[in-house]
Design a protein around this ligand. Structure first.
Ligand SMILES: *Cc1c(COP(=O)(O)O)cnc(C)c1O
Length: 459
C-alpha cells in the first residue's frame, strides 16, 4: 500500500484554545461592530484571520533566540541575516525593518514621488496603501484568468505582458520607477507567478530601463508551486528555484512574518549600492540604525534560521498539502472556492456562495460573520471592504472577486481543525438561503478602512 502523507514535524509545546456558545458569539460580534479584527483572540476557537506572524517557530529558531546579539551596531545577528539573504536570494545589500510594510515605506520613500505609476500584478493592500499615500498609482496588470474562480490556470498570479507593455509604452520612463511582482499574489487567492513570466517581465522592464522588485512575503510557496507545476522545474530544488526567481529582480521587500516563519520582522534586499545608500537614510529615520532596523538581535537570528527552514521542500509540502486538504473538504461539500488552491489560504467565492446578496451589503464580510457565529472560526474578507474607496472619486470600489479567506498559520493547526472548519462552512452553506441581509458601514477610516471599520446589520 502507498504510504499516506504525514507532517514533517512533531509537537513539543501546545497552547489551549477555547470553544464558545452561539449566544456568546452573537454578543461578541455585535460588540465588535461586525468587524472580526475587533474580536479578542479568546473569543475565537480557530483563528484563520491571517498567516502573518501567527506561525509556530521551531526548536532551532527558539534556540537561535538565545544567541541573539543585542549590540546596537554590527551585531553578529545582523551578519547571520545578511549571510542568509545572500545565500538564499543572492542580494549583496539588505536593510532590516520591523515588518513588511516598513520595508515598503522605506523603499518607496527613496523611489516614489507624486504622480508616479507602479505597475504589477495585484498589489498587496499595504503596498497599495503606501503607493496611494504618496499620490502615486498602483496599476493592476494581473492576467484575466485570475478573476475567474472556475478557471484552473496554474499561474494565476502572472502579469499580463500586453497590459504591462501598454503602460510602459504610453507613459514617460521617469514616471515608472519600478514594477512590483507579488509572489505569490495574495489578492486573487495566493496564486503563484511562473518563472517564465518573471523572466519575461524582467526582460521587458530592462528594455525600458525600469527596475523590478518582488514583494516576497510568500516567495517560498511560490517556488514550491513552480517546482510542482512549471514544465522543466520538477528536478530543481526549492533553493535553486528561489535563486532563479530573484535573478529576475533588482530587489525585494519582505514580510518575514509569512515565509520566514517568525512572529515579527521584515527587510529590503537590493543589488544596487546607490539605491541601498539612499534607502539607508530613510531606514535610519523610520526604523533604526541600518544593522538592526527595528528588530532585536534575537529576532534577526530567528529570522535567518526561518529563511532556511521556510525553503525546505518537506516543510513546504506539509504546509501546502494542509491548505489543499481544507480545499478538498470544501470541494466535497460543493462549496465554491478559488481554483487551483492557493499557497497560504483557501479563498471561498462569496458571490457564488450568496448569489442574491447585493454587493453594496459586503457579501464576503457577511459570510465571515456567519462563519464566526456558526463555529467560532475567524476568517477575513478579501472584497469590497478591503478594496476601499477610489482615492480620487472617493466612490466605493467593488472588486471582481468577493472572497472569504481561510488563512492557515504555519505549523499551528492539525487536519482535524481543518475538517472542523470545513464542516462549519458546510453548515453555513446549508442555510445560505436564509442569509438575506448583509451589512452596512457606520464608521470608516480614510485609508485601509477594513482594519477599523464599524458595521451594522442591514434591517
Ligand atoms: C504581509 C504582506 C505585506 C506587508 O507586510 P507586514 O509584515 O504585514 O507589514 C506586504 N506584501 C505582501 C505580499 C504581504 O503578504
Amino acid at each position: 500500500m502507498k504510504l499516506p502523507f504525514a507532517e514533517s514535524y512533531k509537537m513539543k509545546m501546545v497552547e489551549s484554545i477555547r470553544k464558545s456558545s452561539w449566544e456568546e458569539r452573537v454578543e461578541w460580534i455585535k460588540a465588535a461592530k461586525y468587524n472580526l479584527f475587533n474580536l479578542r483572540s479568546d473569543q475565537v476557537f480557530i483563528d484563520l484571520l491571517t498567516d502573518s506572524g501567527t506561525g509556530a517557530m521551531s526548536d532551532k529558531q527558539w534556540s537561535a533566540l538565545m544567541l541573539g546579539d543585542e549590540s546596537y551596531a554590527g551585531a553578529s545577528s545582523y551578519f547571520k541575516m545578511k549571510t542568509a539573504i545572500k545565500d538564499i536570494f543572492g542580494f549583496d545589500y539588505f536593510l532590516p525593518t520591523h515588518q513588511g510594510r516598513a520595508a515598503e515605506n522605506v523603499l518607496f520613500s527613496a523611489m516614489l514621488k507624486e504622480g508616479d505609476i507602479v505597475p504589477g500584478n495585484a498589489h498587496f493592500d499595504t503596498t497599495k496603501g503606501h503607493i496611494e499615500f504618496r499620490k502615486a498609482h498602483a496599476m493592476d496588470c494581473t492576467i484575466a484568468e485570475a478573476y475567474d474562480t472556475t478557471n484552473s490556470f496554474p499561474f494565476k498570479g502572472n502579469i499580463d505582458l500586453n497590459k504591462l507593455e501598454y503602460i510602459l509604452e504610453n507613459n514617460p520612463r521617469e514616471k515608472i520607477p519600478l514594477i512590483i511582482i507579488t509572489a505569490t499574489c495574495n489578492t486573487p487567492g495566493g496564486q503563484p507567478v511562473s518563472l517564465q513570466n518573471m523572466k519575461e517581465v524582467y526582460t521587458m522592464a530592462k528594455k525600458f530601463g525600469i527596475r523590478v522588485f518582488i514583494d516576497s512575503a510568500r516567495f517560498a510557496e511560490n517556488a514550491y508551486f513552480i517546482k510542482m507545476r512549471e514544465p522543466g522545474c520538477q528536478d530543481k530544488t526549492i533553493r535553486e528555484i528561489v535563486r532563479e526567481m530573484f535573478q529576475y529582480a533588482d530587489g525585494m521587500t519582505m514580510s518575514s512574518k509569512k515565509d520566514a516563519i517568525v512572529n515579527m520582522g521584515g527587510f529590503i534586499g537590493l543589488s544596487d549600492k546607490e539605491l541601498f545608500q539612499q534607502a539607508s537614510i530613510y531606514n535610519i529615520m523610520y526604523e533604526g540604525y541600518i544593522t538592526y532596523g527595528g528588530m532585536s538581535g534575537r529576532d534577526m537570528n530567528a529570522l535567518a534560521q526561518g529563511l532556511y527552514e521556510g525553503t525546505e521542500f518537506d516543510f513546504l509540502e506539509t504546509r501546502i498539502k494542509q491548505v489543499a486538504y481544507l480545499g478538498e473538504k470544501l470541494d466535497e461539500f460543493d462549496i465554491p472556492t478559488q481554483n487551483p488552491f492557493g499557497g497560504h489560504a483557501i479563498f471561498v467565492d462569496a458571490k457564488r456562495f450568496l448569489p442574491n446578496m447585493p454587493k453594496e451589503q459586503f457579501v464576503a464580510q457577511t459570510l465571515a460573520v456567519e462563519l464566526y457565529l456558526e463555529a467560532g472560526v475567524r476568517s477575513v474578507e478579501i472584497g469590497a471592504l478591503l478594496a476601499d474607496r477610489d482615492p480620487v472619486t472617493r466612490e466605493n470600489r467593488y472588486p471582481k472577486l468577493e472572497m472569504l479567506r481561510l488563512t492557515i498559520p504555519r505549523r499551528v493547526y492539525t487536519n482535524n481543525h481543518m475538517y472542523y472548519v470545513a464542516v462549519a462552512m458546510k453548515n453555513v452553506y446549508d442555510r445560505r438561503f436564509d442569509i438575506t441581509k448583509g451589512l452596512k458601514i457606520v464608521n470608516e477610516a480614510p485609508i485601509m478602512r477594513h482594519f477599523t471599520v464599524e458595521l451594522e446589520r442591514v434591517q
